[in-house]
Design a protein around this ligand. Structure first.
Ligand code: XMP
Length: 505
């Protein structure tokens, strides 16, 4: 296992994911973890992540006492590099900001830079640099802007690199991490998804009592249910709440897969009317989210109380959420209140079971494939918890719901037909209260305006509108106005995130 200490870089999780690509377990730990606690994790090596601070600033984040002297191989990246320079007696100074791709010249192709050739392009993003290399360290690589871009004290296996090997823009960045993790740390390659499945099933097979799992048809809750089912069989009960805000035919498809393909105990609660009743007259997006979340909790709790007793509530929480909720530091600005149907376990007096809490999304996808989840479900675009309520501007009405479902289905079908569905992040059609005039035959009609939104993204933090071929957009538009009588105009959303968000609300 490799311990990655998080100094606040946006890439900290990415370092863990890259290391896991080598089938080595990587965990993200607080930057100031004590040497004792770190030792208990029994890592083969330590990575110090990048971060936004400067080591010479008052209050700059530092590793815990004794961590740098812990006797394990250490790799410092960007800010972590400066932590090493500073911590071992060198000097860091403010420099011209170096941002983007730089040519890195290899001065010493020993262990860390072994097999990389004489030079490669490396991704830089820093405003400080090593002015004086600490005693005992040598320079292994430099760029035009940083004379000490790669340094090492090989006798102690301590390394510092100014650039970011974890980002795709660094050529052979993955090789550098591989050299560190496998050659220098000698970490064991035991982190495979097959081993994970065996281990998780083994651990959960000892659980007593009945388990309740809310499933949405999304990959996280599906894999959660499958793993638990493997361990405890029919002591697991899956419950699906049809809130009436789902994609076309989604409820029927989820029911079919869970019952027929997986053979699980599965109950669908048809609650569309309740949700629509509660949403009546509500136009504020955050209010809609609250109503949908609250109603879900009510419907789910009523079921649990009547059909228990249950001891466990299973949730598909993933690693980034676990780390985030344990992290200190300032609260991130809440732009939209996501994902929080909180309070259920307390309300129901259940213990929480989170078999995916150590995993990243791509790892969950691998497990899904191994457990026989239909490929259509694995590759289906993410869908927000409040569903179509945030894709309908203004009040949620049956009319607008019908339009959003039918138009989104056409968008998805045409993307599939063009072979582009898997290349985009999300794709749908939104509708609001705006109307525009259309002519059908001789008749003028005042119909709805539908907005197609198709975006490309890696993690939903930023997104770009997809430059779909005009012919494809035309086909979508024609089908929407031909097949959905209430629609007269189709528009295409060409705003990226930021400043826009992916969902219209
Ligand atoms: P935005 O619109 O903030 O969306 O750019 C980023 C990602 O989050 C999804 N999303 C939600 N997911 N509950 C959810 O479970 C929500 O309230 C919610 N709002 C947005 C959105 O679909 C996109 O993938």
């Amino acid at each position: 296992k490799i311990a990655v200490l998080d100094f606040g870089s946006q890439y900290s999780h990415l370092i863990c994911r890259r290391i896991r690509d080598f089938e080595v377990h990587a965990v993200l730990l607080p930057h100031d973890i004590s040497a004792d606690k770190l030792r208990k994790e029994a890592p083969s090596g330590v990575v110090l992540s990048g971060g936004p601070s400067s080591v010479y600033k008052e209050g700059a984040p530092r590793p815990g006492a004794g961590v740098l002297e812990i006797g394990l191989p250490i790799l410092g990246i960007c800010y972590g590099h400066q932590v090493i320079v500073d911590g071992f007696g060198g000097k860091v100074r403010r420099a011209n900001r170096e941002y983007g791709s730089s040519l890195l010249s290899v001065d010493d192709d020993g262990d860390l830079l072994g097999g990389l050739g004489g030079s490669f392009r490396a991704w830089m993003s820093h405003g400080d640099e090593a002015e004086q290399v600490p005693p005992g360290f040598e320079i292994m690589g430099h760029t035009g802007g940083s004379s000490a871009a790669v340094i090492a004290d090989r006798s102690r296996s301590i390394y510092g690199i100014q650039f970011h090997p974890e980002v795709a823009h660094t050529e052979q960045g993955s090789e550098i991490l591989r050299n560190f993790v496998l050659k220098i740390c000698g970490a064991k390659q035991e982190w495979t998804m097959d081993a994970f499945i065996d281990d998780a099933v083994d651990k959960m097979s000892g659980l007593e009592g009945n388990i309740l799992c809310g499933v949405s048809g999304g990959i996280d809750s599906t894999v959660t249910a499958l793993l638990i089912h493997k361990a405890v069989g029919d002591r697991l009960k899956c419950v699906f709440v049809d809130n009436g805000l789902l994609r076309h035919n989604e409820e029927a498809e989820v029911e079919r897969i869970f019952k027929e393909e997986f053979g699980m105990r599965f109950t669908a609660l048809y609650a569309a009317e309740r949700f629509l009743e509660k949403l009546k007259g509500i136009t504020d997006p955050e209010e809609k989210r609250k109503v949908v979340g609250g109603e879900f909790a009510d419907v789910f709790s009523e079921y649990a109380e009547k059909n228990g007793p249950f001891r466990w509530l299973a949730q598909g929480t993933l690693y980034p959420d676990v780390v985030e909720s344990g992290a200190t530091g300032g609260p991130a600005a809440v732009i939209k209140s996501h994902h929080n149907v909180g309070g259920l376990p307390d309300r129901l007096g259940l213990e929480i079971l989170e078999p995916l809490r150590e995993l990243y999304k791509d790892e969950v996808r691998k497990i899904a494939a191994r457990l026989g989840v239909p490929p259509g479900l694995v590759s289906r675009h993410p869908f927000p918890g409040p569903g179509l309520a945030v894709r309908i501007m203004g009040e949620v009405t049956p009319r607008k719901l019908g339009i959003a479902k039918a138009a989104s289905k056409i968008v998805e079908e045409e993307l599939e037909a063009a072979g582009l569905y898997d290349t985009v992040w999300q794709a749908y059609a939104a509708v609001g209260d705006d109307r525009a005039v259309g002519v059908v035959g001789d008749e003028r009609r005042h119909g709805s305006i539908v907005t197609i939104r198709v975006v490309e993204s890696l993690d939903a933090m930023t997104a770009d509108w997809s430059r779909l071929p005009h012919g494809l957009l035309e086909k979508m538009s024609n089908r929407i106005t031909n097949e959905i009588e209430e629609v007269t105009w189709v528009t295409y959303a060409i705003s990226s995130k930021p400043p826009a968000t992916i969902e219209p609300q």
